[in-house]
Ligand binder design. Structure first.
Ligand SMILES: [Fe+2]
Ligand SMILES: [Fe+2]
Length: 184
């Protein structure tokens, strides 16, 4: 089955999410044209990254093979849809590519020493054309000039928003900001 068919079927009834997925794909390919990275990896990761967005938590947990990850993110359960998609793509769609696995499982906030492909997906996810908040456009404009700076800024916007809501960001988010500020 074509990847597009898989997306349309799994996200059936969630038209806005499907539009978002195509937005991430177009933004990611735009960034690939500027910065390089494996096109197939980027296309596959962009199309499949939110495949489990609307599954129940039980359904998400059922496909995450590494149970230590479940524990690791028990206070950041938004990570489960990303991990579930990564495992599903690897174990059920049989796409055995470490870069795809990394990009999908880390699409929520990236990680220290991530691949170029992962960073492109994270930034594209934040600033795809259908995002309406003003920070998305600020990140997009910066991404055309400096991908790493755009990544850091997107994470700063996210973590500042969390602080405003009284929510402590995950330590990994703070570590990633510090790492990429030092390693520009
Ligand atoms: Fe997501
Ligand atoms: Fe997304």
């Amino acid at each position: 089955m074509e990847l597009i068919q898989i997306v349309e079927e799994k996200l059936k009834g969630h038209d806005d999410r499907i539009t978002h997925v195509y937005g991430v794909l177009s933004r990611a390919l735009e960034l690939q044209a500027l910065y390089g990275g494996n096109i197939e990896v980027i296309k596959t990761s962009a199309l499949l990254h939110d495949l489990f967005k609307y599954d129940s938590m039980d359904a998400q947990l059922a496909v995450i093979q590494d149970k230590s990850l479940v524990k690791q993110y028990r206070h950041a359960t938004v990570m489960y849809h990303a991990l579930a998609a990564a495992y599903y793509v690897r174990d059920h769609l049989n796409i055995k590519d470490d870069l795809v696995f990394e990009a999908i499982s880390n699409h929520v906030w990236g990680k220290i020493n991530m691949s170029l492909e992962t960073m492109i997906i994270v930034v594209a996810d934040y600033c795809e054309p259908n995002r309406t908040f003003k920070e998305a456009n600020i990140v997009y404009e910066l991404a055309k000039k400096d991908l790493v700076a755009a990544y850091v800024l997107s994470l700063e916007f996210v973590t500042n928003y969390l602080y405003e809501q009284g929510i402590m960001p995950h330590q990994e988010q703070l570590d990633a900001i510090a790492f990429y500020k030092e390693n520009k």
